[in-house]
Design a protein around this ligand. Structure first.
Ligand code: BES
Ligand code: MN
Ligand code: ZN
Length: 492
């Protein structure tokens, strides 16, 4: 497991600045303003920081960074100068500043002179940003890793307050890292069994974990889910993670698509880019990360996370195009395309969640369609909601968390695209509105009166370029939004 870097908070101390090692970080406002500690550091290195701040090339905008190497007068190897911009800082801005620091200090012991941020809570947010950006997945690298580790020491007024504010943020970072590790893991390592085993380790955190195997799923009638996994040597599983930190109110149900690898099945995908389908368990990864964060910060909420873990492989036992399967709900589904497998998995897991837990609301997350990538690219997840209040709360939570999400429409007018000649519904609706017909398919499996959101995260689960708070690879998109939504709406 990838561990977040170690963070400590202490009072600003001006006496030892010339003797510190590693990288020192100072902030500058857009008018070239230095913090008191920054000023002392500037004096110690003969004005190098203020000269940089006054130079034409450095704009001091929010998150601008420049590194001064081997500054005269200091034992430190580098001074990193970070712009604060001109607006008053909020949590999102502080995280971004932290992200900029994290991006330039990989593997380095870092002392961040954060007295310029003003508020200790903002120092904690900046540390959170640095931790998220410093994530590195190196489990399968055998050489020396000199860009890994390196503690972050934050110096700010009221360090105890900052440390207290950082606690729930570090719980959240732990959840995000758990998700990223799961998503980055190749499919030969993260089989359905290994996935379930990794989730089971979280019972040590006070989560109640239960694992249903194929015999149990068969007995419960989850035939749509089982049909997807028939071609795989790894057994299909449904794992439930329960966190009952609230009172006796009905839980929020979080449902995740956990396709450990999606070849498309007999409707085989083309070879180019197929390796990206190791991330097709991203929805399940997010659900697991949220549950971990809730347990780590001992959230006062009732939340049940349920993930369907299957592998979609072509094989003599695999389902065929044209097969008809009967879902747990009882609706029959004509499988036109075995590559539209995620909705088959979710249909049964969602139905099971509602039968077993009578949730107050249900949110599913899935790398469900290429069509959502066509619509929104990598900048926004698409969400579909049956309930305007829940939709508004979700949108607001995403904004607070700094994760972009765009609401997409649901409408029964699309259902005609899913009409089957032989069964109640077919699993694909053709190319037009592909993300919406997928959502309309899922909606059949939502009981009347259950507020529900479907989040299609196919475009945001992993990134090909470094992002402010995430290096290349798995992003953990959604863990922060859902944690925020739970704080806002489900925590007493
Ligand atoms: N896992 C894919 C969707 C996907 C595409 C995720 C790109 C991440 C990046 C999903 O199972 C799938 O194959 N969907 C098909 C559905 C189609 C056959 C109706 C698609 O989007 O092409
Ligand atoms: Mn597929
Ligand atoms: Zn898939």
């Amino acid at each position: 497991m990838t561990r977040p870097i170690e963070i400590t908070f202490s009072d600003p101390d001006f006496g030892d600045l010339t003797r510190l090692t590693g990288t020192l970080v100072a902030t500058v406002g857009e008018g070239g303003e230095l913090s008191p500690a920054g000023k002392a550091l500037d004096e110690a290195c003969a004005g190098a920081i203020s000269r940089l701040a006054a130079s034409a090339g450095f704009k001091c905008k929010l998150g601008d960074v420049e590194k001064l190497l081997f500054p005269m007068g200091l034992t430190a190897d580098a001074v990193l100068v970070v712009g604060l911009g001109s607006e008053p800082l909020d949590a999102a801005a502080a995280r971004r500043i932290g992200g900029a620091i994290g991006a330039r200090t990989a593997g380095e012991e870092t002392t961040f002179l954060a007295d310029g941020l003003g508020d200790p809570a903002l120092a904690a947010e900046a540390a959170f940003g640095a931790v998220l950006r410093r994530y590195a997945f190196v489990d399968h690298k055998t050489g020396d890793q000199d860009d890994v580790g390196g503690a972050l020491r934050v110096r700010c007024p009221s360090p105890d307050e900052a440390a207290k504010a950082a606690q729930p943020l570090m719980a959240l970072a732990d959840g995000v890292f758990f998700t990223r590790d799961l998503v980055n893991e190749p499919a030969n390592v993260l089989t359905t069994e290994a996935f379930a085993a990794r989730l089971a380790t979280m019972s040590g955190l006070g989560l109640e974990i239960s694992v249903l195997d194929e015999d149990a799923l068969e007995a419960m009638g989850m035939r749509a889910l089982l049909a997807v996994g028939r071609g795989s040597a790894s057994g299909s599983k449904v794992v439930t993670m329960k966190w009952m930190g609230g009172g006796d109110e009905a839980p929020l149900a979080l449902i995740g698509k956990g396709v450990t690898f999606d070849t498309g099945g007999v409707s085989l995908k083309p070879a180019a880019g197929m390796e990206e389908m190791t991330t097709d368990m991203g929805g399940a990864g997010v659900v697991a990360g949220v549950m971990r964060a809730l347990a780590k910060r001992k959230a006062k909420a009732n939340v049940v996370g349920i993930v369907g873990l299957v592998e979609n492989m072509p094989d003599g036992m695999a389902q065929r195009p044209g097969d008809v399967v009967r879902s747990m709900k009882g609706d029959t589904i004509e499988v036109i395309n075995t590559d539209a497998e995620g909705r088959l998995v979710l249909a049964d897991v969602m139905w099971h969640a509602q039968e077993a837990y009578k949730p107050a609301a249900m949110i599913d997350l899935a790398t469900l369609t290429g069509a959502i990538v066509v619509a929104l690219g990598a900048e926004n997840a698409g969400y579909f909601a049956s309930d305007d209040d829940l939709a508004a709360a979700f949108g607001e939570a995403a904004k607070t968390a700094g994760e972009n999400a765009w609401r997409m429409p649901l409408s029964d007018a699309y259902d005609k695209l899913l009409k089957s000649r032989v069964a109640d519904v077919k699993n694909v609706g053709g190319r037009p509105a592909g993300a919406i017909t997928a959502a309309q398919f899922l909606k059949r499996f939502v009981k009347e009166g259950v507020p529900w959101i479907h989040v299609d995260i196919a475009g945001v689960t992993s990134t090909k370029e470094n992002k402010p708070l995430s290096p290349k690879g798995a992003t953990g998109w959604g863990v922060r939004t859902l944690d925020q939504l739970i704080r806002d709406k489900f925590e007493g």
